[in-house]
Design a protein around this ligand. Structure first.
Ligand SMILES: O=C(O)c1cc(=O)[nH]c(=O)n1[C@@H]1O[C@H](COP(=O)(O)O)[C@@H](O)[C@H]1O
Length: 243
């Protein structure tokens, strides 16, 4: 079984190479991997990713949230393969052909290919935000629809909010990866996240991995924050009440 710390991907959201390297070093061993996303990648590119992760570094979650025509997304996935990401993201709202093209592009890397995750409805959005862009379905219905489409289209899993984890675990089966941001321990600020839960609640609902940024990176001792979160996950897994 996966260890509590291995469930945590620490979101290193910064443009600063030294800050990213320091953070990755601080949380090494206390988390399962490092997520580098748009903010870092736009500023530092593939060389920056290599500098943070190194040759034998922690698993890389390369969160570029690709969304374009199928040919372009496939090209983006292929271009990322030399970085050997464990996980990559694309937007499910790009449609089935786009997701299939991305999955096919990733498969070129063979058994070490990145697991492809499709973003459903961002955790910063609520029903009013969806309605404003012309989507009047309930948030959970829209997430389920996109997750089932992602599964049919060859994705290994999805990014979803903790609020949808139990529903998606039932709808998509035990092997479909649920990578879950919008995680806030009771001691952390919500910031811009709207559909959120504690680490213990998300894991109890069936999340495989938790994406956690500011509750770790914004603390004076990031490794200690990560260990505290792992302890909370462990307590949830063993059925003990988290302190
Ligand atoms: O794909 C993601 O990782 C993602 C999807 C989503 O719906 N919501 C979301 O917050 N994220 C990412 O998860 C991380 C959450 O960071 P914190 O809010 O600081 O914990 C950020 O890097 C976001 O880009």
């Amino acid at each position: 079984m996966i260890s509590p710390a291995s469930r945590i991907f620490c979101a290193v959201d910064t443009t600063d190479l030294d800050a990213a390297r320091i953070l990755a070093g601080q949380v090494a061993g206390a988390v399962g991997g490092i997520k580098l996303g748009l903010e870092f990648f736009v500023a530092q590119g593939p060389a920056g990713v290599r500098a943070v992760i190194g040759e034998d570094g922690p698993p890389l979650f390369l969160d570029l949230k690709l969304h374009d025509i199928p040919n372009t997304v496939a090209g983006g996935v292929r271009a990322a393969l030399p970085l050997r990401p464990a996980f990559m993201t694309i937007h499910s709202s790009g449609g089935s052909a786009m997701m299939r093209a991305a999955a096919e592009a990733a498969s070129v890397a063979g058994p070490d290919r990145p697991k492809m995750l499709a973003v459903t409805v961002l955790t910063s959005l609520d029903a009013a935000d969806l309605s404003a862009v012309g989507q009047d379905a309930a948030v959970a219905d829209q997430v389920k629809r996109l997750a089932l489409l992602a599964k049919e289209s060859g994705m290994d899993g999805v990014i979803c909010s903790p609020a949808e984890v139990a529903m998606l675990r039932a709808a998509c089966g035990p092997d479909f990866i649920l990578m879950v941001p919008g995680i806030r321990p009771v001691w952390a600020a919500a910031n811009d996240q709207k559909r959120l839960m504690t680490p213990a609640q998300a894991v109890a609902a069936g999340a495989d991995h938790l994406v956690i940024g500011r509750p770790i990176t914004g603390q004076p001792d990031p490794a200690e924050a990560a260990r505290r979160i792992a302890a909370e996950i462990e307590a949830a897994e063993t059925g003990e009440a988290a302190r």
